[in-house]
Design a protein around this ligand. Structure first.
Ligand code: M6R
Length: 601
């Protein structure tokens, strides 16, 4: 998804800071990049492809200026070409703009601007913005007023940053798309200010941040920063401190961020539980959330977070609370929440447009909302009535890994903290054991060998029941997104209702079978069905059942409570997908066509 970086106040290294920021935004997924610096004139360089391509284009040029903006683009309007890359200029070349989001009325604005003589060079919706600013300047507005006038004309979602020649100021505005300021004015020496779509872009330079809200407008210059509302009135903003170590966003010796993040799961779970569970007293403290007592819960989420939501709904139903999970993009067609129901948005980034839109719909329907998110200060956290942080730390790999584990842990805390579920002590103890059990899997997993055996397969199927059904779905999503191979997850009982026709000797089936109860026995029946069709079967099992007798390979997980078993089984499946993708030489951290944070519907 598109990313924005901007900086003012750096002496001679504005360009370096922008390029560094763009490289920190790469994880969001992008297909072109560019920068604009404003001095006496506005200098722009932009290129389709990777940051390396942009650097290559910059090398022979001398490009400088006191204020700069940069962008990584993930195409929505028009293909990934140099012309469509941001920044975009007006006709005079004096106004440069970068933008995240979608301008819904761009076509009518463009028609209007073309009719009065403006020339467009790209297919993008963004390009209307510099031309609107140009018109306002031509009518005599000063730079800030001109940008405000342009912003006023836009419908849709946007985070916009603008520079104008001869002015060392960045003008910025947001609506439905995140923007955060970085403030570096405490030390001696010249202050510097930053602007970004998310904090990692400038985290190496400062940890002091100001989150912009929808409708706010910011000006940044070497003399200071100011945030104002739509009418231009100053808004008093808190300066927060982010507590991530910039090192946390490095690979720390792992080949990929994803592998690092898979290995960070023990720590992520510990962070999620810290201060929230008391094993001796068998209690959970999730603050005010403990008073929510929902009579019914609807979850809304996308992708991996939707799988966590399916798991969460299952936990609540087991605790006697009616609960359902909906794909956020389909929520508009769901039955309305009943009575005092709570609608829970599960979203790692806190910026997923589909999830935000579903939560807004829920509020319109009168529901209370809760955000289960990883991102403090994110849009979802600010818009929901309540929030529960999963505390996984920054996740750079586009494929969600540690955040899924932390979501499952947090949803356990939510269920334990808000319901009268039976067996609290056992569940808490299993949650406490999760970090060491995950570590045991990471230390001993045979997933690499399994991956090497089946790397050339035509397709991969994943089956599970109950709490292991979302794990099967997640196993398949991970496999497809990082290996580009066909993979599907099924409720184990559904295989015989159609998908069995796809099963051959070239389609390994990963069966998640934990415990030795009825669920396990039934899934073993399904394992026999695929085995009879000569499909290789890999069991992810704790060895409590005899599934090992019927399969070609076993990936072991420690024996634990069924609710924790799902987290453990998923670690094995993450590793299999990772190693298949690695064998195939895929772009694991930035899979093709995908973005970390999907801020369009
Ligand atoms: O930030 P979110 O959790 O809202 O993101 C939702 C999905 O876009 C995300 O989980 C996506 O499916 C991941 N690429 C999965 O690995």
């Amino acid at each position: 998804m598109c990313g924005i970086i901007g900086c003012v106040g750096r002496e001679d290294d504005t360009l370096d800071v922008l390029v560094h920021g763009l490289s920190k935004l790469e994880y969001r997924g992008y297909d072109s990049a560019g920068v604009a610096l404003s001095g006496d004139r506005v200098d722009v360089c932009k290129k389709s492809g990777k940051i390396e391509d942009l650097k290559g284009a910059l090398e022979p040029r001398s490009i400088g200026g006191a204020a700069g903006i940069g962008h990584t683009r993930w195409s929505t309007h028009g293909p990934p070409t140099d012309a469509n890359a941001h920044p975009h200029l007006d006709c005079t070349g004096d106004v440069a703009v970068v933008h995240n989001g979608i301008i819904e009325n761009y076509q009518s604005l463009r028609d209007e601007l073309v009719a009065v003589g403006h020339t467009f060079k790209s297919d993008t919706d963004t390009e209307v913005v510099p031309h609107l600013v140009e018109d306002a300047l031509a009518d005599g507005a000063d730079n800030e007023a001109a940008v405000r006038e342009a912003i006023d004309r836009l419908d849709g979602s946007y985070a916009v940053a603008v520079v104008v020649s001869g002015d060392d100021t960045i003008y910025a505005a947001r609506n439905d798309s995140p923007l955060v300021l970085g403030i570096d004015d405490e030390d001696e020496g010249r202050p510097a200010y930053y602007l970004a779509s998310d904090v990692p872009a400038f985290r190496d330079f400062t940890d002091r941040v100001v989150y912009l809200a929808d409708g706010e407008f910011a000006t940044l210059s070497a003399d200071g920063w100011r945030v104002s509302d739509v009418d231009g009135n100053a808004v008093d903003k808190d300066v927060d401190t982010v507590d991530w170590d910039p090192e946390e966003t490095g690979k720390s010796g792992y080949d990929h961020f994803m592998l690092k993040e898979i290995h960070e799961q023990p720590r992520a779970i510990r962070q999620c539980l810290r201060g929230r569970v008391d094993e001796m007293a068998a209690t959970v403290d999730i603050g005010d959330l403990g008073d929510l007592s929902p009579t019914g819960v609807q979850f809304v989420a996308c992708g991996t977070s939707y799988h966590a939501a399916l798991y969460g709904a299952n936990l609540l139903r087991n605790a006697g609370i009616p609960a359902q999970a909906f794909l956020a993009s389909e929520y508009a067609t769901s039955p309305p929440p009943i009575g005092d129901a709570l609608v829970v948005g599960v979203t790692q980034s806190g910026e997923t447009a589909d999830t935000l839109s579903a939560l807004r719909e829920a509020r319109k329907r009168g529901a209370r909302t809760l955000a289960v998110t990883n991102t403090v200060g994110s849009t979802v956290a600010r818009e929901c009535d309540h929030e529960l942080y999963i505390r996984a730390g920054p996740e750079i790999g586009v494929a969600a890994s540690k955040t899924f584990a932390s979501q499952l842990a947090a949803l356990n805390l939510f269920t334990l903290g808000t319901t009268r579920v039976d067996g609290k002590r056992d569940i808490i103890s299993a949650l406490r054991d999760l970090p060491s059990n995950i570590q045991a899997i990471l230390d001993e997993s045979q997933a690499k060998a399994v991956a090497e055996t089946y790397v050339d397969s035509d397709a991969y199927f994943f089956i599970g029941r109950g709490l292991q059904y979302p794990v099967a779905l997640e196993g398949a999503l991970k496999m497809k997104e990082i290996t580009y191979k066909h993979a599907e997850g099924f409720a184990a009982g559904e295989l015989k209702h159609g998908p069995l026709a796809l099963v051959t000797e070239d389609t390994p089936v990963f069966a998640v079978v934990t415990g030795d109860g009825e669920m396990a026995r039934k899934t073993i029946g399904n394992v026999k069905e695929v085995e009879a069709r000569n499909a290789p079967v890999v069991a992810v099992t704790d060895g409590q059942s005899d599934v090992g007798r019927y399969v070609d390979a076993v990936l072991e997980v420690p024996e634990t409570h069924p609710q924790a078993a799902a987290v453990l089984a998923n670690v094995q499946l993450q590793l299999v997908s990772y190693y298949v993708a690695d064998e195939l030489g895929r772009s694991i951290d930035k899979p093709r066509n995908l973005a970390k944070s999907v801020t369009v519907e």
